[in-house]
Write a new protein. Structure first.
Length: 318
């Protein structure tokens, strides 16, 4: 793929150089430098981008797609023992389908003529920061939409979805005055309420997909505070070891986007909640830009979909 991209870029750069009568620019050197820059940008880790750790991500990888379809469950379908009349309990009766639009996005980066001449003469590389910044810009927009949607385009985000039910903490008290056992009781209360309300369909005991999402300050408190003066275990250790709904600390996440007095449970399962890419960022053919060159890029985003009711719950007032 890189070799194909290099050949295509070389032809485009050669055309740009010829049309503008630019000397001292070797199209092959520039094309090689661009491929290296873009490859590094795709591989770079962007620590500020965290939505992939919180939400399952679906990438349709289709630059031509304008929408996507997904099924959502309106009620848990039920099987039955056979009836004499031969009627079958079709689960389709409980499944709906929605068509949602994909929204195009764009960004890009530029290099000056001097940048191109320098690469041509020395056979070196271009600064990858510009391409990396373009990739990060696309990911940052995706994260903003994943978390908060886009009101203008009718996209609802993970943190502002109005259909998420809420439960009050036990005793109406926040965690500042609660013991570790009382904090555990709140967490178990939230999980068990969801478990029982869905007739034990969602948040099954011991499920690896169960997630507990806490505001950063609350997470830091339970993750760093010893259970007591004589213990080398933290409150978080105690919670994970004691709750039947959690089996590993990796199931407990923190997010600066969570309101400071709330926690959320959900399931890390793309059949229940996911963020949709139409396609991630693609760098296009270079274009002339005064005394230089610009490389546009495009991507498309569908946003976050909550596909099963009652698979996401909040507790406010912690």
């Amino acid at each position: 793929m890189n070799e194909e991209r290099k050949i295509a870029l070389s032809k485009v750069v050669a055309g740009l150089v010829a049309s503008d009568s630019i000397a001292d620019v070797n199209p092959e050197n520039v094309a090689s430098a661009l491929v290296k820059v873009e490859t590094e940008a795709y591989k770079t880790d962007y620590p500020d981008i965290v939505f992939q750790d919180i939400l399952p991500v679906v990438n349709y990888n289709d630059p031509t797609a304008t929408s996507f379809a997904y099924y959502y469950v309106t009620e848990a379908g039920k099987a039955q023992l056979a009836n004499p009349d031969g009627k079958i309990a079709w689960v389709d009766s409980f499944i709906g389908m929605k068509q949602a639009p994909l929204f195009d996005g764009n960004t890009g980066y530029k290099y000056t003529l001097k940048d191109l001449q320098r690469v041509s003469k020395l056979g070196g590389s271009l600064d990858s920061l510009k391409a990396e910044t373009a990739v990060q810009a696309s990911l940052q927009l995706a994260q903003d939409i994943a978390f908060y949607g886009d009101e203008k385009r009718g996209i609802v985000g993970f943190f502002n979805n109005p259909d998420v039910p809420s439960v009050a903490p036990i005793g109406g008290m926040d965690w500042s005055g609660k013991t570790p056992k009382q904090i555990l009781a709140d967490i178990n209360h939230l999980f068990s309420t969801a478990f029982e309300t869905t007739k034990e369909v969602e948040f099954k005991v011991g499920s690896k997909t169960n997630r507990l999402l806490l505001p950063t300050a609350k997470y830091s408190y339970i993750a760093t505070t010893p259970l007591n003066d004589n213990s080398d275990k933290t409150i978080l250790d105690f919670i994970v070891n004691s709750s039947v709904f959690l089996s590993d600390k990796s199931q407990v996440k923190s997010s600066a986007q969570m309101p400071s007095n709330s926690m959320r449970i959900y399931q890390f399962d793309k059949r229940k909640v996911s963020f949709q890419w139409g396609h991630m960022i693609n760098f296009k053919a270079p274009q002339p830009d005064d005394l230089g060159m610009k490389v546009p890029a495009d991507f498309s985003i569908g946003g976050t979909t909550l596909k099963k009711p009652l698979s996401c719950w909040d507790m406010e007032g912690i």
